[in-house]
Write a protein that binds this ligand. Sequence first.
Ligand code: ADP
Ligand code: MG
Length: 259
Amino acid sequence: MTDISPERGALAVTGLRKTFEAENAPVRALRGVDLTVSPGEFVAVMGPSGCGKSTLLNLVAGLDVPDEGTITVAGEPVTGRTEDELARMRRKHMGIVFQFFNLLEGMTVLENVVLPSVIAGRRRKMAETRARDLLDLLGIGDKASSVPGVLSGGQRQRLAIARALANEPTLLLADEPTGALDSAGGAEIIELLRRLHAGGQTIILVTHDPAVAEAAGRIVRMRDGRVVTSDPASDPAPASASASASASASASAFGSRTI
Ligand code: ADP
Ligand code: MG
């Protein structure tokens, strides 16, 4: 079970740089990014298209490797790892949600949530219990035996979030999770993220929708591969943060349906 002391932080990023080789000239996607996120914080990363938001999220998730800089999640380094170690880090610490759901269309809704836990080594019965709890919590428990194709856009993204939460991640990382949804679907996701935050989940959300960012406690603004402002939290970690500052506490919040 992950234990995160507030001192260690949920995420610490220092001096992050990433350049992509492109046809004409290299693209300096990140030019020295520093960012610290405390356990239980809900941070929105905003900025114009191409400023490096997705690159930052992908590096934090361990899906790509920086040229320079360090990333630490719950006190464990993400940088300087082998592929196998990175895969283990991802399973243990990261729940990742993208704009376009990435659901397994040939499997049931339940199986979409069970699979990541089974891959991470959880016993099937336990994985299924957790998956059912998550689907109930996210309001799609009645769709467990359906295929994802029958769900609305908002429900599909809720399923993607349920899947991302299957392994009780230290960080829920979401890249434009409302980008492909209509306003009703987007509102469902904003409400859900608020509830997860209230339950102690640490969330880092990339968006260019101010309505979505408003749900977050802090807005980090990026431009040209750099963080330009990191507004202090207007709504810091929830009052129960000391009690819920660990992933295990947030997991028990799921169990008792307090969020
Ligand atoms: P954002 O998510 O803020 O829109 P990205 O992080 O996706 O921005 O991209 C930052 C810059 O890096 C952009 O100029 C983009 O074209 C470039 N870029 C991102 N990924 C790659 C890649 N795999 N190969 C080449 N260039 C890339
Ligand atoms: Mg992007």
